[in-house]
Design a protein around this ligand. Sequence first.
Ligand SMILES: [Fe+2]
Ligand SMILES: [Fe+2]
Length: 273
Amino acid sequence: MRILFVGDVMGRAGRQAVTRHLPGLISEFGIDFTVVNGENATHGFGLSEAHFKTLVDAGADAVSLGDHAFDVPETRSFIEREPTLIRPVNLPEGTPGRGAMLLPAGERQVLVIAAQGRVFMDPVDDPFRAVEAAVAECPLGESADAILVDFHCEATSEITAMGRFLDGRVSAVVGTHTHVPTADARILAAGTGFISDVGMCGDFDSVIGMEAAEPVNRFVTGLKSERLTPAGGEATVCAVVIETDGKTGLCASIEPVLRGGVLGPKGNEGPDC
Ligand SMILES: [Fe+2]
Ligand SMILES: [Fe+2]
């Protein structure tokens, strides 16, 4: 089975890039199941119902969330109606929505789990035990033909530890949240696909997707002067294609894929990727 995972969609530029490039990626790689992280799709903070539908219309079979899961107030209600919208599994008891869901991919079943890290992030419950409990309910090779874990982390040590913790038990552990794609996609010793961060779908002529002036001002002066605004130049789509082994459900290959805009300054043609 081939799974496409697409990193944090950042504002309008990210949404437009996903709408433009996702259908082509799905057909080019013969994708069976697509997961998109939508936590920044609505002006950089959260996901409205309309923008959730935009991602689904573009081809997302599931949409995962992170620390911005509930920044848009309406998400608290519409997430209850949308079984394909997955918020972090390790949020407190009683949080709306679900953190893990077994979803159909043709005749097969994919377990999608989202989790949020604890290092340099707001306090949440233990992600390791929460993910382990979700996997125990739908083990790989039994109820689930594939298991994808979106681990939303600031620290590469924490995501790497999750990869090792789940190695051999899930198809892939993919990192999100930093918005910067890492060059460490690989298959771990016991067969789990891994990448520390997939990167974002956003304008890279920015500070992690936001217009650069205000983040630079905040670091330089320590003062908040303006709201953060998503950068509006053409976005780059950052994704990974994961192929699973038909017998074990473990990872046969994991390849980063970049499409669309430029990673360099506006007006410069970046590498053809
Ligand atoms: Fe994000
Ligand atoms: Fe995040």
